[in-house]
Write a protein that binds this ligand. Structure first.
Ligand code: RFL
Ligand code: PHB
Length: 389
């Protein structure tokens, strides 16, 4: 098999890259280790930045998002039961769209079905090869038969645990990492959301987040210790814990029910530099992880692939390597700013085992500053709705 760009991973990064390249007549093959249903079943991000939504429009996959996504002009911060609205629209003139990652993925898969783009699901032992030279290829096994895809470039869109970053020779890449001593226990429930906008809550018992997927489906999270197991949390225990961390009005009006998904995600900040080695490019979670507090993971994956697609189009159309040569430095500038914002939101809103009284007073002072100063609130709003690409 031969293609121009072999894409490893059919998450949002891989699918969107395939879509953007296809619109410019560049051929791709996507190789994914899981089944289509498995990829569609993963419950992850929920908030799209303004620019991510526009990118989906430009890619011709924005129609359902525009019809079904929820436009949010603000969000709520709650500190020890004290609630305050941040008016994103009034502060920076931009909104975000609540539309699940699962839906983004489904829309991209549907578009690829229509265009006839190739995706190999349930590929085993996927291996990127010879990308330091001029004839890279990707080897994989499917139904016991080994295949090879010869290509010009390999795009590593295979997530944090993927094979692409790990295939780069040690010493050619530097990793920066912070692992937080807690995770998020998330529950999905078919009940209307507790409030029209998201509530990010700090409480002495830990962080909590009230989010949603639609007007009849809610997504809630509570901070738990790193060694917690989801099985230890009955639905009742989860609802009691969530209520205890919210303001009285929200706790009172929370509509609970039987969870349809319950899982724990660890929190981590991670960046690998540079994001290119020879003819292999990394994009999305394959190169960086943010804690979900700033809702940036999926949005960063989208801005990476936008930039990578532009660079590859420039290479094929204008025979210029400038874009691909500049890709890593260009995207890393934005990635580090999103890392900073996500780390800062995490530090503000979570309880840390070693914070002490001084640390807790700093968090309270930060909250008071944000809610009392236009400059403070504007900075949050600017970052939350997304910095320029
Ligand atoms: P993905 O979505 O992880 O997709 C990578 C794809 O590559 C496949 N893969 C391989 N394929 C072939 N060969 C291999 N060797 C492979 N190894 C892996 C995987 O099966 C998968 O299909 O990365 P991508 O495309 O970069 O997209 C990034 C986003 O998914 C991610 O940033 C966000 O979902 C992060 N994230 C969240 N972000 C938010 O903004 N808000 C959230 O609430 C939020 N919750 C989450 C999350 C990530 C989680 N993870 C990683 C477990 C909750 C969880 C649980
Ligand atoms: C979600 O709806 O899953 C969600 C929303 C906002 C975040 C993180 C997760 O910051």
């Amino acid at each position: 098999m031969r293609t121009q760009v072999a894409i490893v991973g059919a998450g949002p990064a891989g699918l969107l890259l395939g879509r953007l390249l296809e619109r410019h007549g560049i051929d791709t093959v996507i190789v994914e280790q899981r089944s289509r249903d498995y990829v569609l079943g993963r419950i992850r991000a929920g908030v799209l930045e303004y620019a991510t939504a526009s990118l989906l429009d430009d890619a011709g996959v924005g129609a359902r998002m525009r019809a079904e996504g929820l436009v949010h002009h603000g969000l709520e911060l709650c500190f020890d039961g004290d609630r305050h609205r941040i008016d994103l629209q009034a502060l920076v003139g931009r909104h975000v769209i609540v539309y699940g990652q699962t839906e983004v993925t489904a829309d991209l898969m549907q578009a690829r079905d229509v265009s006839g783009g190739r995706i190999v699901y349930e590929a085993e032992d996927v291996t990127p090869l010879e990308f330091a030279g001029s004839q890279p290829h990707v080897r994989y096994t499917k139904d016991g038969i080994t295949h090879e895809i010869a290509c010009d470039f390999i795009a590593g869109c295979d997530g944090f645990h993927g094979v692409c970053r790990q295939s780069i020779p040690e010493g050619a890449i530097t990793n920066f990492e912070r692992v937080y001593p807690f995770g998020w226990l998330g529950v999905l429930v078919d009940q209307p959301p507790v409030a029209p906008e998201l509530i990010y809550a700090h409480h002495a018992r830990g962080f909590a987040l009230c989010s949603m997927r639609s007007l009849s489906r809610s997504r809630y999270y509570v901070q738990v210790a790193s060694d917690e197991r989801a099985e230890a949390w009955s639905d009742d225990r989860f609802w009691d814990e969530l209520r205890s961390r919210l303001d009285p009005e929200s706790a009172e009006s929370l509509r609970t029910g039987v969870s349809i998904e319950k899982s724990i995600a660890p929190l981590r900040s991670f960046v690998a530099e540079p994001m290119r080695f020879g003819r292999l490019f990394l994009a999305g979670d394959a190169a960086h992880i943010v804690p979900p507090t700033g809702a940036k993971g999926l949005n960063l994956a989208a801005s990476d692939v936008r930039c990578l697609a532009e660079a590859l189009v420039e290479f094929y159309d204008e025979k210029s390597p400038a874009g691909i040569d500049g890709y890593s430095a260009r995207v890393l500038r934005r990635i580090w700013k999103a890392e900073r914002f996500s780390w800062w939101m995490t530090s503000l809103l979570h309880t840390f085992p070693d914070a002490g009284d001084f640390g807790r007073r700093m968090q309270r002072a930060e909250f008071d500053y944000l809610t009392g100063s236009r400059a403070g609130a504007e900075s949050l709003a600017e970052n939350y709705t997304g910095l320029p690409l």
